[in-house]
Structure formats: structure tokens, C-alpha cells
Write a protein of this length. Structure first.
Length: 395
């Protein structure tokens, strides 16, 4: 059945191209994990995870065991990292679906150990990645508190320390000072790991900003010094957006960032259609509480997109969308399911016309950064805020 016309188009070929480009930045020392958490940042796990795998991704990153189970159904052979860890009772699903959990709490080890034992797993057979808190104070073990965790992973446990992970929390700061401090802290943790007689395969570090700022080399070298290989974990860049740097690079832009600015292509376009067009006289008010008043006779176009679709309510009266290749301002408040555009200045707008909320139409584009800037958000939040009822279509 045709759906209400509010949809997202995903160019899966661009997901593949972006992944290949990013792999080139990391190679030959490091491998990439494609971050497809939160329904691939709203881009559809079902469309994007297989695309990343077609482009050569050996690893996918999801938030939860639930997302991991969904990813496993789509990608039977790919390694799947559960970044947010397993919750109580989820151990058996981790084992059954061959997921790889990030761990940092003793109770997580217990949960996974008992699930592995119940499934008859051999010793050192269920891989886990241990997260180290190198300064973000969010998730992970402090390097000084590692000993008891490491002690549980040696000798007889069905768990195998396959990876050591950390999250860089200021990789988008151009001076790199915070990242350098985090990598030193990580190095301290790796000494503790070796001293405990554990020799993991993977050092799992770094988001899009780290990769584009040129940190892949430092991370791969740190991994190499400890007999490991590096995994970097780009998310936003996979979907074609280059994260902003603050402060930005002034003198010399790192080569990977300069290349990415030219090469990465946004894969998502968000569209709706004009439902009806009406002429209103001067003085007519538009939308809830009449916050827009027609200053002259005007033409208004109703569109099938509202805040329940992810079009932020704060955009009312302060943002424009694309119709017939031109910018049409949102007139009045954004409603739950509908909004109104002022199309007085755009000739020939008619029911059925395509409206672009995010993406390119004609020669003009609206980016996730534009949406984010207008409402004090970030592109990640704009993408993940596109409603579940908005159909995702592969183009
Ligand atoms: C979401 C996430 C990433 C990807 O971040 P981007 O900035 O989108 O590249 C990487 N690592 C972890 C731990 C994450 O949670």
C-alpha cells in the first residue's frame, strides 16, 4: 500500500562508497567498525548494515543486544559489537546470536559467564571487549581499578579478552591534547593487561572525528607496540557527514579531513509532499495560536510532516524547506503531523509537489547541520530524531 508521503531515501551505494573511502584512511594498519547503532543513526539498519558489509566491513557496532539480534538477522557472518553492553538476563542472547559485548562491570562478566557455561562453552571461547575509562567518566573501568576485572578473565573463564576499548571524548578538538592524554592513559591500562598475562587481539578506539583528524596512525602504533591491531569506529562519517572541529584547524588541515570534506557524500534525503495549497487574505493567522499573520495576500502549502516525524517544533517561523528548488519558510507552528509553508514567492506550487526537509533539491541543499544549528542540537540528534513512522526507502 502506498504510504503517507513522508519518507527518507537512503542511497546505499553512497554508504558503500563512504565506507570504502574511510577504510582507505585507516589502512593498512587499522580496521573499521561500521557504527550502525540507533537504526543506523535513523538511516535504517536493514539498509545500511548490509551495505557496509558489502563494502568490506568486518565489524558492526550497535548499542544493545536487541539491536545486535536485529543486525545478526541481516548479517549472518559479520562481527557485531554491543557498545552499550548486555543487561541482566541478556547473556543467553549474546551467546546464541554470537554477539560481542563490551564489558566493564563485574556483574556483566557474571551474566556472560553463566550464559556461556549454560551453553556448554569451552574455556576462553566467548569474546568480550573490555572498556577502559580513560577520562570521559561515562562507561568503562578506570585503569587503576583493572586488577580485579583482569583476574576474572584469566584461567578457566569461558570469556576471552579479545579487545580493549576506550572512547575518545574530545577527538573533535583540533589541538588533540585531550586525545593524547587519553591514549597515554590507555597505554597504562595495556601494561596492566599484559602484566596479568592477557594478550588481546584488538585495540578498539576512535570515532569519526578521530579518524578524520588523522589519529588512526597513533592508535595503530599504540596497538602495534602491544601486539594488537587497531579498530576505529566511525559513525557519522559513514553517513556522509564530516563532524565539525572546535576549535577548527587553522594553519594545516589534516590530510584525511581535507580528503573527507571532498569525498564523503550524505546518504539521506528526507522528503514529503504538498497536500493542498490555499490563498489567504492579509491578516489571516496560521497554525496553533496564530503565531504567523499574513502581511499581504499569501499562498500557503500544507505538507505531511510534523514534529511526530522529527521535524523539530522549534523550527516554526524560523526555518525554510525546499519546494520547486526554492526555499519556502515554515509559517506558524509545526504541528504533530503537518506544517504549513509560505509559498507566496514560488510560482506554480501544487498538491503532490515534492518537498525536501533535509537533502538536495535543484541546486540547493539543507543539511543536518542546518537543522541542528537552528534548534541548538547536533546532526546525530537530528538524524536519530527522524520518526520511526517515516518510511525508509532504498534508492
Ligand atoms: C556512537 C559511537 C561512535 C561513533 O561516533 P561518531 O562520532 O558518529 O563517529 C564510536 N564509538 C562509540 C563508543 C560510540 O558510542
Amino acid at each position: 500500500m502506498p504510504t503517507r508521503p513522508c519518507w527518507v531515501e537512503i542511497d546505499t551505494r553512497l554508504v558503500e562508497e563512504n565506507f570504502r573511502f574511510l577504510s582507505g584512511l585507516a589502512a593498512p594498519d587499522a580496521e573499521l567498525l561500521a557504527v550502525v547503532k540507533a537504526d543506523a543513526y535513523g538511516h535504517s539498519l536493514a539498509l545500511c548494515a548490509p551495505a557496509a558489509v558489502r563494502a568490506g566491513a568486518g565489524w558492526l557496532g550497535v548499542t544493545s543486544v536487541e539491536e545486535g539480534v536485529a543486525a545478526r538477522a541481516l548479517c549472518p557472518e559479520t562481527r557485531i559489537l554491543v557498545i552499550g553492553g548486555a543487561f541482566p538476563g541478556q547473556g543467553p542472547a549474546v551467546v546464541r546470536h554470537r554477539l560481542t559485548a563490551v564489558v566493564w562491570e563485574p556483574w556483566q562478566l557474571e551474566e556472560l559467564e553463566s550464559a556461556a557455561r549454560a551453553a556448554g562453552a569451552a574455556s576462553a571461547s566467548l569474546p568480550v571487549h573490555l572498556e577502559i575509562d580513560t577520562g570521559m567518566s561515562r562507561q568503562g573501568v578506570a585503569s587503576g581499578a583493572l586488577a580485579p576485572m583482569l583476574a576474572r578473565l584469566v584461567g578457566g573463564s569461558p570469556l576471552r579478552l579479545e579487545g580493549v576499548m576506550t572512547h575518545l571524548f574530545a577527538a573533535d578538538e583540533a589541538d588533540g591534547a585531550v586525545t593524547a592524554a587519553q591514549l597515554s592513559e590507555l597505554q597504562r591500562a595495556l601494561h596492566h593487561v599484559e602484566a596479568a598475562g592477557l594478550f588481546p587481539d584488538w585495540l578498539n578506539v576512535g570515532n569519526s572525528a578521530a579518524l578524520l583528524a588523522g589519529q588512526a596512525r597513533a592508535i595503530a602504533e599504540l596497538a602495534g607496540r602491544h601486539g594488537m591491531r587497531a579498530i576505529l569506529r566511525p559513525g557519522l562519517a559513514l553517513y556522509g557527514l564530516v563532524p565539525g572541529f572546535d576549535p577548527d584547524f587553522t594553519a594545516s588541515v589534516p590530510q584525511p579531513l581535507a580528503a573527507a570534506r571532498a569525498a564523503l557524500k550524505p546518504v539521506l534525503t528526507w522528503k514529503t509532499r504538498v497536500v493542498s495549497v490555499r490563498e489567504v487574505p492579509a491578516g489571516a493567522v496560521v497554525g496553533y495560536n496564530g503565531t504567523f499573520v499574513a502581511t499581504e495576500p499569501m499562498r500557503l502549502a500544507l505538507i505531511a510532516a510534523g514534529y511526530a516525524d522529527g521535524l523539530d517544533r522549534r523550527l516554526g517561523n524560523r526555518f525554510s524547506l525546499l519546494v520547486r528548488g526554492q526555499r519556502a519558510p515554515l509559517a506558524g507552528r509545526v504541528s504533530m503531523d503537518q506544517s504549513v509553508l509560505d509559498v507566496t514567492g514560488i510560482l506554480g506550487v501544487a498538491p503532490g509537489d515534492e518537498v525536501v526537509l533535509l537533502g538536495t533539491q535543484g541546486g540547493d541543499s539543507i543539511t543536518a547541520f542546518d537543522h541542528a544549528e537552528a534548534v541548538g542540537a547536533i546532526p546525530w540528534q537530528i538524524f536519530t530524531g527522524i520518526g520511526a513512522r517515516v518510511t525508509r526507502i532504498r534508492v
